[in-house]
Design a protein around this ligand. Structure first.
Ligand code: IMP
Length: 430
């Protein structure tokens, strides 16, 4: 086994940053395949929280190769800021970090349009991160986008920029002075194009060579399956495919190159932004989970909506991603609850639904059918091996496995890399 896809199975924020940081130790390459700086991966580095938005957390290991591939949308300014922070911390970046020449570039007008669409009361509010993600992917699909390879060639860039400003004129003139905006973009471009050129590469070719050499490659998604453009709670989704198929189109690697798919799942559920969330809690238990899990958006600081574990969502996720193994995170955050509920099905107009529905109305109005389990009888935080977990914690893990149809191989019990336990002796990644 040499290639693994690691992805989120819920609405993002499952703890992928920490998991990738854990698995990166055994990998040679860590590759981010979709999304942009809408993501926020929080990890603990040298005992302090550290947030990465674009660059894979593997960068914290000095010898690993990290990539942002063609499925990602890249804000050059945000990337530079992230690299500057890494360099300040004396983390080497040059020569081991690469950005696909085919990745699309987010420009300031994408952010302006994102903000405008979000405040337009005639449109469905999605609750985006306002980082320009949707408008940038929209341009990609409309074939007017600007890729890294176009951005680093001044002549091509200016021509495409002018085309874009012209066609977006009616919209942009409502919120800015277009001439001034053009001047600012060109000023930034002088610095940012030189910066981006250093990292631009044919990452698909590099990956093909790495696969031939049997290098260990970790493909990392951002967001989660329920925010997937095709299989999430459309239209309340992001504009890319965090699902496992995205790892193929988003990197330029054929699907047969994927050896295994690992799903990251939180012991309860959270969501930021608008949209359906059948197991959402509006009571003290919801507040308890938000407090205990520090559930505040790493990118926007927004409080996350919290709720019970939803096995219907997970079954859907296991199926659409072809997940064989799961990594359960934040089990320690359930400590202190007398009872734990798990949603096993939905009820809609008197009917029991076992599969996640496509209809936005059913998603909104269905009610969760719960099974109640006893609270974790004792401390799980700090536990060093699976055998030492309290009986009810093991019972919870086993029940989740039965309900979702996949094995839980790893359990995360805290924010640090080390606070992670395997559920069996033979658990291996590569
Ligand atoms: P966008 O990706 O900024 O367009 O936002 C679309 C939806 O995805 C919104 O509901 C966001 O809150 C959500 N979203 C985007 N990135 C993340 C993430 O990293 N974690 C959780 N939700 C996210």
């Amino acid at each position: 086994m040499s290639t693994l896809v690691v992805l989120g199975t819920q609405w993002g924020d499952e703890g992928k940053g920490k998991v990738v940081h854990y698995l990166a130790a055994d990998s040679d390459y860590i590759v981010r395949y979709q999304g942009g700086n809408n993501a926020g991966h929080t990890l603990i580095y040298q005992d302090k929280p550290f947030v990465l938005h674009l660059i894979p957390s593997g960068i914290l290991f000095p010898k690993k190769i990290c990539m942002i591939t063609n499925g990602v949308v890249v804000d050059p300014k945000a990337l530079k800021e992230e690299i500057d922070v890494l360099k300040k911390k004396k983390i080497p970046v040059d020569g081991r970090f690469f950005v696909s020449e085919r990745a699309h570039v987010i420009l300031p007008y994408h952010k302006l349009i994102d903000g405008m669409l979000e405040s337009d009361t005639t449109k469905t509010k999605i609750g985006t991160t306002k980082k320009g993600i949707g408008p940038c992917y929209t341009d990609k699909v409309r074939r007017v986008g600007i890729r890294v390879i176009d951005y680093i060639d001044k002549e091509v860039f200016v021509e495409l920029l002018d085309q874009n400003l012209k066609e977006k004129e009616d919209m942009l003139k409502k919120v800015c002075d277009i001439k001034k905006l053009r001047k600012e973009i060109l000023k930034d471009h002088e610095v940012l194009s030189k910066f981006l050129k250093k990292y631009a590469a044919d990452t698909s070719l590099m990956l093909a060579e790495a696969i031939k050499k049997k290098k260990k490659i970790l493909f990392e998604s951002a967001q989660g399956t329920m925010l997937d453009l095709d299989y999430g709670t459309y239209p309340f989704v992001t504009s890319s495919n965090p699902t496992s198929g995205g790892a193929s189109t988003g990197t330029g690697m054929g699907p047969a190159c994927v050896d295994d798919v690992l799903g990251v799942v939180k012991a309860y559920t959270t969501r930021v932004g608008e949209g359906p969330f059948p197991t959402e809690l509006f009571d003290k238990t919801g507040e308890f989970l938000r407090d205990k899990g520090q559930e505040y958006g790493a990118t926007t600081g927004r409080p996350r909506r919290c709720g019970w574990f939803d096995a219907v969502v997970l079954r859907h996720s296991v199926r659409v991603n072809g997940i064989k193994r799961l990594i359960l995170t934040k089990l320690d955050c359930l400590e202190g609850l007398d009872k734990i509920k798990v949603c096993v099905a939905y009820k809609y107009k008197g009917k029991i639904l076992k599969e996640f529905p496509a209809s936005r109305i059913v998603q909104r109005d269905c009610k969760p059918v719960y099974e109640e389990l006893p609270g974790l009888d004792g401390k799980v935080a700090g536990v060093k091996s699976y055998d030492k977990l309290p009986k009810n914690a093991k019972k919870y893990i086993k029940r989740l496995e039965e309900l979702v149809g996949a094995k839980i191989d790893l359990v995360s019990l805290g924010r640090k890399r080390e606070e992670t336990i395997k559920t069996g002796k033979n658990v291996k990644w590569f």
